[in-house]
Design a protein around this ligand. Structure first.
Ligand SMILES: O=C(O)[C@H](O)[C@H](O)COP(=O)(O)O
Length: 389
């Protein structure tokens, strides 16, 4: 079997060589000619898989090592009887941890206490659900908006979008869809931003085109928004550098880029391919994940301010400030090189591990600080042996 794979899927050769001949290429190099001989295609979000790419090929199976699959034309795959798999939830914890890091960093910069603030989570699937749970653990009042889930479950905890407009924070986690009742293209438009509370904080880690960039820039310019964190952009990799200049935190679509999330995605599509072709799967996540660099963080005896302590623990494991600083170097590049720069930041992204790999050692077990650390995903342990949490 010939498996053509995006080389930015870590360990893709090591893993898939066990079931076929692996040819590695860049996601943007997957042209109809290049993939004509493939039996299986392994892609990421930057490769559009549609009739144009597949016509003339013998591809029997397509997998994307991502949660989102707006880049895949599923009708085309159906019509061609091509099997399909994505990696739902694989990097959801990573994306949720990005949001927590963004909220804490914005909180520190603007002197905002998260405890007691309200946050509207728009889109409550794998990522949004995890964000909501973590925000609640931090003492925030969470309002969940997800019309398809509301219709499916009838659960009153899902509120109409108008009910989140007066939240202190808004965070976007919908898939990108361009048609139907739940169309999310430019969901955050001029009307959306003008309905928000004055001085709201806005985060987008879903897809760039869920937000109308012009409307967002206008909302920042008139100070409707106090702070903005953007991980995703319209027209990636050719992003709007004026918008980058206007936001507090910008990053190159890496919210889901923890090594844990990437390996989980790899294994999900590996197991799906094996199942599709009736082959035994011999690898699991544990075969590729190394020990974490930051296994423990010791808090001092005098912990001081709780939010400062949590922000500092998060910063030691994941520095969103470093991601922001790295992306801002894009403005020093000539305009025609900026897309390559954005792609290169993603390709060479440093190893980042999820919070559950780190144990925070606290002076006293129990209490609000411990509950919050556990709630956002850390392991926690008391300083004395008998103080295990
Ligand atoms: O949809 C997803 O899984 C995420 O947005 C993911 O982080 C996209 O990453 P990439 O396609 O660059 O691997």
């Amino acid at each position: 079997m010939k498996i053509f794979a995006d080389g930015n899927i870590p360990f893709v050769r090591e893993c898939f060589s066990s079931v076929g001949d692996v040819e590695i290429m860049g996601g943007r190099e997957m042209t109809p000619e290049a993939v004509a001989n493939a039996d299986a295609l392994l892609v990421r979000s930057i490769t559009r898989v549609d009739e144009r790419l597949l016509s003339g090929s013998a591809v029997k199976f397509v997998a994307t090592a991502t949660i989102g699959f707006d880049h895949i034309d599923l009708d085309c795959l159906d019509a061609r009887h091509i099997g399909f798999a994505s990696a739902p939830g694989s990097n959801a914890t990573s994306a949720a941890e990005y949001v927590i890091a963004a909220l804490l960093e914005i909180g520190q910069r603007h002197g905002i206490r998260l405890d007691g603030r309200s946050i509207g989570v728009i889109g409550v699937g794998n990522v949004g659900g995890r964000v909501a749970a973590r925000c609640e653990a931090l003492g925030m009042h969470v309002r969940r908006n997800d019309p398809p889930l509301q219709r499916r479950t009838g659960d009153p905890k899902y509120v109409p979008i108008e009910a989140v407009f007066d939240c202190d924070f808004i965070t976007m986690h919908t898939p990108l869809t361009r048609e139907g009742a739940d169309n999310t293209y430019h969901l955050a438009d001029e009307r959306f931003f003008s309905s928000l509370k004055q001085g709201a904080v806005f985060v987008n880690a879903s897809r760039g085109a869920v937000v109308d960039s012009q409307a967002l820039k206008a909302a920042i310019a008139v100070k409707r928004l106090k702070a903005v964190a953007l991980d995703v952009w319209e027209n990636e990799p050719n992003i709007d550098v004026d918008l980058l200049d206007a936001v507090d935190l910008g990053s190159p679509h890496i919210a889901g880029y923890s090594l844990d999330g990437k390996i989980a995605g790899l294994i999900m599509i590996y197991q799906a391919l094996c199942e599709h072709f009736g082959l035994p799967a011999k690898f699991d996540v544990g075969d590729f994940l190394p020990a974490p660099d930051v296994a423990t963080i010791e808090l001092p005896d005098e912990v001081g301010d709780e939010q400062d302590a949590i922000a500092s623990a998060v910063e030691k494991v994941y520095s969103i400030v470093r991601d922001d600083r790295d992306l801002r170097r894009i403005v020093g590049e000539p305009p025609e090189a900026r897309g390559r720069f954005f792609d290169a930041l993603r390709k060479n992204y440093p190893v980042r591990r999820e919070f559950h790999n780190t144990t925070v050692v606290v002076p006293e077990p129990g209490g609000a600080l411990v509950r919050k650390l556990l709630g956002i995903g850390f392991k926690v342990k008391g300083r004395r042996r008998e103080d295990d949490v």
